[in-house]
Write a protein that binds this ligand. Sequence first.
Ligand code: HEC
Length: 462
Amino acid sequence: MDPISIIGRFHPVLVHLPIGIFVAAILLAALSMVEKYRFLRDSTRIILGIGLITAVLSMVSGYVLSLEGSNSEADVEIHQWTAIGMTLIYAAYFFFSPLITNHKYPNLIALLILLGSLVLTGHQGGSLTHGENFLWSMGTENDKKTTLPVIADIQKADIYRDIVGHTLQTKCVECHGANKQKGKLRLDDPTWIDKGGKNGAVLVKGDAENSELIKRLLLDESDDHHMPPKEKEQLTTAEKSILSWWIRTGAKYTATVESLAPDENILKELENFKSNLTRPEVKNIERPVVTAADALLIQSLKKIGWVISPIAVNDNHLRATGFNLTVDIDSALTLLGGVADQLIELKLNKSGINDSSIYRIEKFQSLEKLWLENNSISDIGINSINKLKHLQYLNLSNTQITTTGLKKIISLGQLRSIYVSRTEIRPEDAKQMMALLKNVKIFTSDSLPKLPTDSLLVKKEK
Ligand code: HEC
């Protein structure tokens, strides 16, 4: 930080001097109206004079601070003028007090005005700063709130609303937004973006290389003028290419991707951008602690063909695979009910479960993953699945589920991946549904990425 701006940093400390001194002066002036304390009048004036000097120093430091551009310009301007006004009022009282101190009411009114203007200016200044430790920190970063854009088809996406705006919002607005305007620049709205910063326009529409905004992104990360500053999350390669392309094509605020005729490279970057967006949030799953399942029960489950294994070492949660059950599915699920609290994953591929037996899965309320592929389950059976509030993964491939059934479960809170290959659900239906829901992926083709746990679950044929 250069020495000049350090002066600005002392503003929050300096302002307390005139406040304290002026309060003392007002109290003394009031007191000196009583005959007994008349002798205080001269010292009151001296104190007022000192107060005025500190007020001028505060204003100078405040002005330097405002150059840093950390606060909203409009708010700063109001504060600046009330501070000047207040100082003028105090100066007037300083010069004219000998004329009115002998008149009780005019003097009282003058003192009230002094007090009022002091409170007003102090309050305005206080609300400009962000908390007590403003002197040492860069303030709070609380305006980093964003919602994920929903992009079904990248060609149809809105270039600014869904893509460019999202990048600026997540990577720039915390310093260039409503709360802070570093470099006097706001990037949270087209009007502000076009307005530019303290050095003028940041966009040259049609010419990315000469746009300050892009130049800043491309500077070496160690360069002081690189954006975002190196300690912050940087732009992805896709975001940088898309921003440049957006400016090259005229920096339009309302245009679909399609209308800007993206070439193959840009399309690839756009797809990358999209997949970064829809990557399901990795949440720490908080499971209730459970006691270990009864060892004898596990034994009897294994006897009828269930493959039971712990989810992890030192974890009592279980997964069960019912691929080679030796009893009917109803009895098998009834017995499995004994480990309902522990059961997190249930594989029922080709188990013979159907619409009339599926209600038995409703008691497995802790289920996070459920495999039901290759069974005769229709939209009727779906209602039972709808009761599993923790379900994240669901495989319904090669069942009779239709779009109607899928619509019933898709809003299950935790559901992230649904596999429906070899059903009558068409890719375009899936696409449509995904457009409505963030983070839910519906897979209609067979080239599925296998879950890593799959290999552990295959029971060896005897
Ligand atoms: C941590 C805060 C911070 C973040 C995040 C940040 N900037 Fe800045 N930005 C600054 C500061 C401080 C300045 C003024 C100093 C300077 O010019 O380097 C500035 C200045 C600028 C300027 C120059 C404005 C002018 O007219 O002088 C541009 C352009 C800019 N930033 C673009 C961006 C973009 C684009 C992003 C997001 C990719 C971004 N900034 C993110 C702090 C930030």
